[in-house]
Write a protein that binds this ligand. Structure first.
Ligand code: ASP
Length: 320
């Protein structure tokens, strides 16, 4: 198996072969998760701490379940009740937890780069569960697994990513992953929600949704990241839905077998029509949630193997 990373901080640091390794192992965890008894002892004796400094439903639940199914002792740090509220810095909190010898630290933080900084201060494996508008690597990996299972491959596909590209870590991680796997990427959204200079990154940019969807195999919708906006980026939600909300009429411009994705949480009637989101013939949104648990199990399994190897080497080194 090829997976050398010490931490999972972003897709940026992964080679295509490492991505494939995660997806192959995750496929096996999908099978385990569909059994009545979902238990494995891959992380037995290890401690996983989840620190979420930003709201989360799917990601936190998914990491917690993933750790428990692999046999780890899982602790969810209640950030709202912690000393963070008394002014403790992220690094002090991290160092305090580090002294308790966790093996895996899962962190979500509103500041881009905060998780990378934290990883440099602790001696366990750190998994980025979303940092600001920077990266959300497990989301891109679970999206890739969903696409690979629906389309039979994760190469040479036309993928349309639509909506608030500028503020979305999901878009950023997906762009990097899909690019590394040699897909054709189209970004669709109002110019106000497109990062400056994005055209130089080998992607096609559209503000006309119907044109952008032409011939797409995958349509990935994004939530408007209002919490990261400091001004009026769209005239109104009604107007936004009219131009960029995905409904059956707009989807008809994509390939007849195109799949519809959304990372959640969804704003029905803002970025996507509610009936389309629930249409199991087109929407793979629930599959994304299922793949999320399996992908997080695979990532933690691989990081734990590297951690054991590293610690084993250190112990041998000390003895010699
Ligand atoms: N859940 C995803 C994230 O944490 C997408 C979103 O919030 O819109 O980035």
């Amino acid at each position: 198996m090829t997976f050398r990373a010490r931490h999972l901080l972003g897709i940026e640091h992964l080679a295509p072969l490492e991505i494939t390794t995660v997806l192959d192992l995750a496929d096996r965890y999908v099978d385990l998760n569909r059994r009545t008894v979902k238990q494995s002892d891959v992380l037995a004796g290890m401690t996983q701490i989840n620190m979420f400094f930003e709201n989360s439903t799917r990601t936190q639940a998914s990491f917690e379940l993933a750790g428990k199914r692999l046999g780890a002792d899982v602790m969810n740090m209640a950030v709202a009740q912690s000393s963070v509220k008394k002014g403790e810095t992220l690094i002090d909190t991290a160092l305090t937890l580090n002294a308790m010898h966790p093996d895996l630290l899962v962190v979500r933080h509103p500041s881009s780069g905060a998780v990378n900084l934290l990883a440099s201060k602790v001696n366990c494996a750190v998994l980025n569960a979303g940092d600001g508008r920077h990266e959300h690597p497990t989301q891109a990996l679970l999206d890739a697994l969903t696409i690979r299972r629906a389309k039979g491959r994760i190469q040479r596909l036309t993928v349309a990513i639509c909506g608030d590209i500028a503020h979305s870590r999901v878009a950023r991680s997906n762009l990097i992953l899909l690019g590394k796997m040699e897909n054709r990427i189209r970004l669709i959204g109002p110019p106000t929600l497109m990062p400056a200079g994005i055209g130089e990154f080998g992607v096609e940019v559209y503000d006309d949704m119907r044109k952008g969807l032409e011939g797409a195999d995958v349509v990935m919708m994004l939530r408007l990241q209002k919490e990261r906006m400091d001004g009026g980026f769209i005239p109104s939600e009604r107007e936004y839905y009219h131009r960029y909300g995905l409904d059956a009429e707009k989807l008809a411009h994509a390939k007849a077998d195109a799949i519809v994705m959304h990372p959640g949480p969804m704003n029905r009637g803002v970025e996507i029509d509610g009936d389309l989101a629930d249409d199991i013939n087109r929407s793979v949104i629930q599959d994304q949630v299922e793949m999320g648990v399996a992908v997080r199990m695979a990532c933690m399994d691989l990081l734990a193997r590297n951690l054991r190897l590293e610690r084993g080497r250190k112990i041998v080194g000390t003895m010699v």
